[in-house]
Design a protein around this ligand. Structure first.
Ligand SMILES: NC(=O)c1ccc[n+]([C@@H]2O[C@H](COP(=O)([O-])OP(=O)(O)OC[C@H]3O[C@@H](n4cnc5c(N)ncnc54)[C@H](OP(=O)(O)O)[C@@H]3O)[C@@H](O)[C@H]2O)c1
Length: 255
């Protein structure tokens, strides 16, 4: 019998870790949850407190060699992937010309390239009625001054997820893009290395528990998008109805 598994990248912290807690509570059919991130100790600590059996895979999702190893693990284990959650990611705020090119390209490597690769490697092992959850962001809705590369990267995730959803529909695999506004996680320890978040954005901060609860509910209902808070839902509608140039001008005035 194939092992029924869920795979979570970015499981060592924040939203990914919370997915592990909530899947452990609600997906009783799982034989294992595969936890992926670079910080091995964090993954092992997490595995200890979950009731579901876990496999911890300490790897850098941007490293070709690590990804090859992961591909081999998938190929040798007899698994049926019930759910893939791509949470590994980071963002850096600040002017484009004020952040090193390595860090800018690093954002594309993790948020776009690694997410795409991970999705590609897992799809052959996904079962009917399987789910893919991709962490995009409300930053995907409109270009963002001083968050230019991150917002563009998340627009990629959103666009990719929506197109992939249409391709996988016939295989009964359902893709949901999660688009939260600010979430209370370690994300900001990295994001604010060069510049701080707009104070007005911080007013809309939500806990990861809510983001994940809503994402799992929306994924269960096969929804294309999961936007967890009212202000972000309103922001999403605004970006579909008002010219982006106007929104950028107003956002430029905010502190
Ligand atoms: N927090 C927010 O406000 C917010 C809002 C919208 C969207 N998001 C998105 O949500 C996702 C999760 O963010 P979070 O808030 O949970 O941030 P977080 O607490 O900083 O978690 C980021 C996770 O990504 C992993 N990661 C980063 N680079 C990696 C790499 N090269 N290889 C493997 N794992 C890597 C980290 O693990 P290791 O360091 O152990 O590798 C960590 O587990 C990200 O895609 C983020 O862009 C966050």
């Amino acid at each position: 019998m194939k092992k029924k598994i869920a795979i979570i990248t970015g499981a060592s912290s924040g939203i990914g870790q919370e997915f592990a807690f909530q899947l452990d509570e609600i997906m009783h059919e799982l034989d294992e949850i595969w936890l992926i991130a670079r910080r091995r100790e964090r993954l092992e600590e997490l595995a200890k407190v979950l009731e579901t059996g876990c496999r911890t895979i300490a790897m850098d999702v941007t490293e070709e060699r690590d990804m090859e190893l992961f591909r081999n693990i998938l190929a040798t284990e007899d698994v049926s992937v019930r759910m893939l959650v791509n949470c590994a990611g980071y963002g850096l705020m600040g002017r484009f010309d004020g952040i090193s090119i390595e860090e800018q390209l690093g954002m594309l490597e993790v948020n776009c390239k690694a997410l795409t690769r991970m999705t590609y490697e897992c799809i052959p092992y996904m079962c009917k009625n399987g789910r893919i959850i991709q962490l995009a962001s409300s930053a995907a809705f409109v270009p963002q001054k001083n968050f230019a590369v991150y917002a563009a990267a998340k627009s990629y995730v959103l666009s990719f997820s929506r197109a992939l959803r249409e391709e996988l529909r016939e295989r009964d695999i359902w893709v949901t893009a999660v688009c939260p506004g600010p979430v209370e996680t370690e994300f900001f320890d990295i994001a604010e290395k060069y510049a701080s978040t707009l104070a007005v954005k911080k007013l809309t901060m939500v806990p990861p528990q809510k983001v994940v609860r809503d994402a799992l509910r929306d994924s269960y209902h096969k929804k294309a998008l999961s936007i967890c808070s009212l202000p972000m839902k309103a922001f999403g509608i605004l970006t579909k109805t008002v010219p982006h140039g106007w929104i950028l001008s107003v956002m430029g005035l905010l502190k």
